[in-house]
Design a protein around this ligand. Structure first.
Ligand SMILES: [Zn+2]
Length: 272
């Protein structure tokens, strides 16, 4: 005789005539409280994967790349390196501040360093609707912006240097799509992140927040109780778990801080 899936709950399903309970992820729970409790423990038990470092050639330095391409002279590079000592800027930003190069040249050089393509101009209005079902919440948490799905099913995204490999891997595992990154300047990325998903329905909640395991479990239990979700899965982004609820009305994304010390973080959730 099946019992509530909460190991410490004494409720047997024989009482189902009085309490229909909740069917979720192939299990039966007597109440949303039991489902939330079990889900909290499962989320708290999630552990991020160890980062496997792929051996790569050491990257060519930005300065050397720019000099080799004759974008700047060796003297200009020396000035910039000297200037960095007092400004504390990254080399690209320092050269921009000196007016030695334009943003497109820097982006091009950084893209060559990373072995990816680059885009200098993208209209932020082109991402005001969501792409590939990715919510504004997820996109802002990952810090990369989906641009479009290519004909072969590859997801084309915009990212800023240095290439955020963890975020790209999370997108790949979260969507099951092949992801092709294009480098853009910090300013272009910022404009895209600001515009992404603004015209999506329902209207996204502003601000990026992370949920604690307890808050996320509550959301999952509420969605299950309301019949909006049947199961959930997760993947890891940089410093957070991306929990995706699969339900009748499309996916619902939750960004969950794995650490127990971040319980006071602001809450923000959107549905796609
Ligand atoms: Zn129970």
């Amino acid at each position: 005789m099946p019992r509530c899936a909460h190991s410490e709950c004494p409720t047997w399903r024989v009482v189902q005539w009085a309490r229909p309970g909740i069917h979720f992820d192939g299990e039966w729970f007597c109440s949303s409280t039991c489902l939330a409790d079990v889900t909290t423990r499962r989320i708290e038990a999630l552990r991020p994967p160890r980062i496997v470092r792929v051996p790569t050639m050491p990257p060519v330095r930005l300065g050397a790349t720019l000099v080799a391409a004759r974008s700047i002279s060796a003297e200009t590079l020396a000035h910039a390196l000297q200037g960095q000592g007092t400004s504390g800027l990254r080399l690209g930003a320092q050269l921009l501040a000196m007016g030695a190069v334009d943003e497109a040249t820097i982006t091009h050089a950084l893209a060559r360093q990373s072995g990816v393509g680059f885009l200098t101009r993208i209209d932020p209005r082109s991402v005001r609707l969501t792409v590939a079902g990715l919510s504004r919440t997820v996109v802002q948490a990952l810090g990369v912006v989906p641009l479009e799905t290519e004909r072969d099913g590859t997801l084309r995204i915009a990212a800023a240097a240095p290439l955020p490999r963890t975020a790209i891997a999370a997108l790949q595992s979260g969507t099951g799509m092949r992801v092709r990154a294009y480098l853009v300047s910090d300013a272009v990325l910022e404009a895209l992140l600001e515009a992404y998903g603004l015209d999506a329905t329902p209207t996204p909640v502003s601000g990026v927040g992370r949920l604690t395991a307890v808050q996320a479990a509550r959301r999952i239990a509420d969605a299950a109780t309301a019949g909006r979700a049947q199961t959930w899965q997760h993947t890891w982004g940089p410093g957070f778990a991306w929990v995706r609820l699969d339900g009748a009305f499309g996916p619902e994304d939750l960004i969950v801080a794995p650490s127990r010390t971040e319980k006071t973080w602001q809450v923000a959730v959107t549905q796609r």
